[in-house]
Design a protein around this ligand. Sequence first.
Ligand SMILES: [Zn+2]
Length: 328
Amino acid sequence: MIEENRAPWQPTWSAGEAAGGMPYNAVSGKGYSGANALYLSMAKVLNGYADDRWLTFKQAQDLGANIRKGERGTTLPKWLELAEKDGAQDKGSDKNDDKKQKRMVPILFTVFNADQCEGLAPAPQRKQLTEMERHEQCEKLLADSGVEIVYAGTQPCYIPGWDRIIVPKREDFAKIDLFYSVALHELGHASGHKSRLDRDLSGKFGSESYAREELNAEIFSFMVGQRLQIGHDGAQHAAYLQHWVKIVRDDPKAILTACRNAEKMCDFLGIAKYEHEATPKVERTQEQANAHTATHDQERVVAIPANARPVPARQRGQDRAQDFGMAM
Ligand SMILES: [Zn+2]
């Protein structure tokens, strides 16, 4: 998708509008995080789905719905953290606890888009924050960060050497939401200061490390726009697209890394994960339930090697398959 001069985080929407494209689980209402969120956003666009809800085969049944016959799911990894002890197995020893190693183990699971279901209740409306609520929470995030903000000039930026954000005055923006969107983008960069998450902020404009940090911050901005309901202007950083194409060509895992960084940035700055109202259950007769039980493979849960990557079960055409391979 990036090579076609469009990136999955590029859609633009205004503050207070439903943020189209944020994938969430129909049962829990929780947004998918990191690369899975980006991956499902792409799957939605590439397959022409209109719904942002995703669910497993069993979850569809639990909600009184079923997956349409012949539909194929999208496979994602879920990373589980396993603690492993190195060496002797002494119990209760602090020394031994120090030797504990954490190992991330990917488990594959398959989800379907709500558009692939029949009998599923419509998605409830997401509770929309008022303008005052939106702005209060943005203001609090900026204040809680402790990063100094200077309101001046016309070009927003973050200066790592001074650990300072420069941003034009509120009244210079067409909308206050846009001011917060820009200020929080710069706060995203500030989260990488060596006293915080310590990312490489040394790159000069046009360098690869600069473009990588812009990729972190842009995916972060996309998440912030959805989570805080302040909207997102995907065209703002379109100039970086060609840099990102090169980065992703040279390092196919670059987007995965940027998604992880963006999630870390949200966690560090106290930006809560995306939440949506859960889909209500539809009661159906036993006869209706039995009619669809045998039409699909059950949800697949298998361990996969650590270096594996998710493969979409549903690919329409070679170009789209390349899109997926490219973007992960
Ligand atoms: Zn930036």
